[in-house]
Design a protein around this ligand. Structure first.
Ligand code: SF4
Length: 224
């Protein structure tokens, strides 16, 4: 990707992040500390989408930090993708919360919040033009595939995401961290299988692009 195109996308994403920061379409827009728009490579081949910011993300204004973020970094590293080479965001940009007694807890975003925030997510995907989208957890998957999506049965398959981008679903790192004993090994194995599919898809798409470029170059040799 040339520097000019990278700069153009960075500028567009900054502009959108400023629009999201000013947004108060949902009640959670008033209770958040920070708008967590997203971060990463504006020319990323992979966009990772989680459900919504948690407490640490809300405090720092960054997606996937804390324990779940550290596990996501490890998951990406396992398929040779450093965090800085991907783009990471959520279906909603403000932290969904619920009050229990005196404590404020995270909760999944509700369908109205996801619908309200969807244009921000779609614009991110349009600007970045990823080759693959990886959605983490059932709420993120349902944002793309509808309310009937069941993660246990339907993760690990390819779906068609926004703009025709191949979409893979796997478990959210926070879910993996909530497992214990033998279950954690089983869930990690499923996640690893899903990640290998992502890695292989990216490799296949890269090889196809190289083949097309080679054919164009060969053809141009005879145009002179
Ligand atoms: S969740 Fe999205 S749509 Fe709702 S207030 Fe926050 S930025 Fe706006």
């Amino acid at each position: 990707m040339n520097l000019e195109e990278r700069a153009r996308r960075e500028k567009l994403l900054e502009k959108e992040a400023a629009r999201a920061a000013a947004c108060r379409k949902c009640a959670i827009g008033y209770t958040r500390q920070n708008n967590v728009y997203g971060e990463g490579d504006p020319c990323a081949r992979l966009v990772v989408v989680g459900e919504g910011p948690g407490e640490t993300e809300d405090r720092l204004g960054r997606p996937f930090v804390g324990r779940a973020g550290a596990l996501l970094d490890q998951m990406l590293a396992a398929i040779d993708l450093p965090r800085e080479d991907v783009y990471i965001c959520n279906t909603v940009k403000c932290r969904p919360t619920q009050t229990e007694g005196t404590s404020i807890r995270n909760r999944p975003p509700d369908p109205v919040e996801m619908a309200n925030c969807r244009p921000f997510l779609e614009t991110q995907i349009e600007i970045i033009q990823p080759e693959v989208i990886l959605a983490l957890g059932a709420p993120a998957a349902r944002c793309f595939l509808g309310s009937t999506f069941g993660i246990t049965k339907q993760r690990g398959q390819w779906f068609v995401g926004p703009n025709g981008v191949p979409l893979m679903i796997t478990f959210h790192p926070a879910y993996v961290l909530r497992q214990s004993g033998a279950e954690i090994t089983g869930v990690k194995r499923l996640v690893w299988n899903d990640l290998k599919l992502v890695r292989d898809k990216l490799a296949t798409l890269h090889a196809e692009r190289e083949n097309v470029a080679a054919r164009v170059e060969q053809a141009s040799l005879f145009d002179q």
